[in-house]
Design a protein around this ligand. Sequence first.
Ligand code: 2X7
Ligand code: FE2
Length: 303
Amino acid sequence: MAEGSIVAGVLAPHPPHLVYASNPPQNEPKAECGWEVLRWGYERCSKDILAQKPDVFLVHSPHWMTVIGHHFLGLPHFKGLSVDPIFPNLFRYHYELNVDVDLSLMIAEEAKDLGLTTRIMRNPDFRIDYGTITTCHLMNAAWDIPIVSISSNNSPYYFSNEVGQQQMAVLGEATRRAVEKSGKRAVLLASNSMSHRHFVTEPEIPEDMSHEHVYHHGQYLWDMELLKLMKAGKAREMLDILPEFIEMTVAEVKAGALTWMLHALGVPDYPAEVYAYGTVIGTGNAVVAWHHEQNRQEVAAHG
Ligand code: 2X7
Ligand code: FE2
């Protein structure tokens, strides 16, 4: 069997507003429009990623938070209704998805070997969190590629940013080892927003874009600093300042998805492609891809 590989990693945020605004048949509430820059950036990113023919999407979501260990979906099929607890008026999504259970178990096994606590979720009635659903929908609305869904262990909140990010780095290493052994072509999805201060009053029409804007200049500057490092191929430097970024912007990357993904990619030193940046209820969101396989091919061809 040929060695598996990580084709790409994507910072793939999950504001349910983006699904709401695109009116897929699975979502009950209907919108007129909204958040076009982010949605169209997502569309271009999805097109580029799907063109690389991945066998599986691996998604790490902050809205599946687990207290003891890192959990993995362990049944081949899940079906249900995912409702955003804060925005039930925007997101009531009927999902049906397939899981690559073999790869889930392989990652859990590698993680255990590296000292992490793991659990497999085998409750057929388990309700998949809206972060996972939103990110996967925006990346592949056809849902015709199986996923591996990984929980966010609570360690960054129970202990510290440093301890939490360290655990996510180990989980990233375990993920890479498992993907290589699996023989599969995997795309990693870090389901995280960036700066996370938000409005507290929703406009009467949620998609009224005259209400949507950067909410806090300092937080916007932090987002720009991180994006500058991503574009410059400086993931290591970005990881170094992540604990400070998290403190200054109450960032959702605290839950670990971005750190997990960058470590699975071996902490890339090549430029990432930024497809879009925009706010949703004032939070900073960017769609960013590290085209890992393309980069390796370019290095092999040109040194
Ligand atoms: O979960 C979210 C989020 N991370 C950002 C913006 C809006 C809603 O939900
Ligand atoms: Fe979120």
